[in-house]
Ligand binder design. Sequence first.
Ligand code: TEU
Length: 571
Amino acid sequence: MTTHHDVCAYRRDREWWQDAVVYQVYPRSFADSTGDGIGDLPGILDRLDYLVDLGIDALWISPFYTSPLRDGGYDVADYRDVDERLGTLADIDRLIAACHERGLRIIMDIVPNHTSSDHRWWREVLTSEPGSPAWSRYMIRPGREESANEPPSNWRSVFHGPGWSRLILDDGTTTDYWYLHLFDSTQPDLDWSNPEVRSEFRDILRFWFDRGVDGFRIDVAHGLVKDPDPPDMDYDSMVETDILGVAPDAPYWDQDGVHDIWREWRVVADSYDPPRILCGEAWAPTPERLARYQRPDELHTSFNFDYLAAGWDYERMRESIDATVANHANVGAPPTWVLSNHDVIRHATRFGPTEDGSPVTKPTVVDDERGRRRALAATMFLLGLPGSAYLYQGEELGLPEVFDLPDDARQDPVWFRSKGTDTGRDGCRVPLPWKANEPSYGFSPQGRSWLPQPDVWRDFAVDQQQDDDASPLALYRRALAQRRSEPALGQGPMEWMDGAPEGALAMRRFTAEPGHPSLAIVINMTEATIHLPSSWGTDVVLASEGDIATLSDDASSHLVMGPETAVWLRR
Ligand code: TEU
C-alpha cells in the first residue's frame, strides 16, 4: 500500500529548523581545554571546524550553567552563568559568535522542571517558613500519617527510589513537609502554578536570546505541571512502556497544563528577529500527544522518542514513521528523528543482536559489528526522512556503549539511587576520542578524562577515520552533504514504495516542484541479500557500509542489497 504523506504543506516557506541536522554536544565529554579532564566551552570552540566539516546545521549544547554537576549539569544553580569548570560567559559569547560566523546555529539546553538544591531559591527555602513565598516556588506538600512521617503520595523518582524527601531546614528542623524530586533529591521540582516561576523563566530565555542564542532544547517539557494534590498511583497495574518508563499515565507527565507554558514561551521566542526556536524533550505517551507540543503557537519541534524506542524493528519503525508524519502534518509541524542522546544506550550497541533477541538494556552478548552496521543503515534511513534530524556526539564515529566502566568511576545519580542495580547512563557519556596515540585520545591536554576511556577508543578516534572513505565518519559526512544538496529531502512529501522486497522499508522522497529527481530511500532490515525491482534503477547516491551491488543481465539491471544496509537511489 502506498501511503502518501503530504508533509510539504509547511515547507513552502522553509525555516532552517524545519529540516536542520542538529548535533548534540554533551559538553563534559566533548573536548577539554584546561586539562582538568572535564570538557568545556573552549574545547568546543577549538573543534568547531570539525563540526562544520561534518556538515551539521546547528549545535545543541547540553547544560553548562553553574551547577554541582550531580546530574551532569541538569541540576542548575544559576541559570545566568557558566560553571567555572565548563567556561565563562565570555566563552559562550565567543562560541555563539564563532558559530554564527560559520553559518551554524547554536541551541542551548534549559532545565525548567527543577533547580539544583544549590540554587538560591532552594537555599531560601531552607531558611523560610511553611507558606512563605520561598516555599511556594517548589512542590512542597505536607506529609501524611502520624507526625507527617509518610510522604504526600507514593510517587517514584525516574532515577529509582521515592519521589519525595522530607524537608529539613538549615537549622536542622525536620518539618512536617516533603518536597518533590522526580529525579535526584538534589533536583527539587519547581511549582509551575506559581506566576513568579513562570516570569523568572521568561526572563532567563530573554537573557540568553539577547546574547544571540538561536533557541532552546527544553528539558522534561512533558513534566512541568503536576496534579496539585498528588494522588497515589497504582504503579503495579501500569504496563511498562519504552516511553515514560512505568508511569505512562502519571499525574505528573504530559498534563494538559504544560501547553499554556509553551504558548507563553513561544510569544517570547517570536518576539525576536529572527524568531528563536524551541525544541521540547517531551516524552509523550503517543505520537498524537507528542504532536500537541508542536501546535503553531507552541514549540517548533520535539524529540521523537517513539521512533527512538522502535529500535531495529521493521513493523515498529514503519508504524512510528506513519504515526509521526501524519500527526505532525495535522498540526503543520516538521517531524524530528533521533536515535541516540546522552540518556540512552548508543544505537550502535542498542541495535546489536542479542542471544535471545531481547532488547539491549545491559551488558548482553551483542555482535558489535552488526550493531554498528545496523546503526549506520538506520541513520542513513533517518536522514532521508522528512523533517529535522538530531545526532548525538560520537555517533558519527560509530562509538559503542561502554558497559564495563569501573563502578567507582560511575557518576550518574541513577547508579547511586538504584544502589548499583542500574548502571545508568555514563556508558553513553564517555569522553570522545580525537587522536589515537595521545593521552585520553586527545580529549584533554593533560591526558585526563572524567570517565575512563576504553582501549578500543583508539580505533574509533577521529584521526583514524578522517582520511578513511570507508569509515563511519566519512559516511556521515557524505550523507549530510548529500542531504543538504537534495531538494527532495526536507522539502517534500514522502510515500512508501510498492514492490519493496520483504523486510525492506522503501520510501520515495520528491519535491512538489517539477524538475527535481526523486530519491528512493531503502533499508534492508533482514539478514539476507535482497534484490530491488529493476524499475527502481541503480543510480546509487549514498550507501551505508556493507554489500551493495548492481546485477545486470541482457535485459536489465537491478540493485542487490546486502544484509542490514541502506541506500539512497536517484530516480
Ligand atoms: O531527561 C529526563 C527525562 O525526561 C527522561 O528521563 C524521561 O523522563 C524518562 O527517561 C522516562 O522514562 C532529562 C535529561 O535528558 C536527563 O539527562 C536528566 O537527567 C533529566 O532530564 C533531569 O533533568
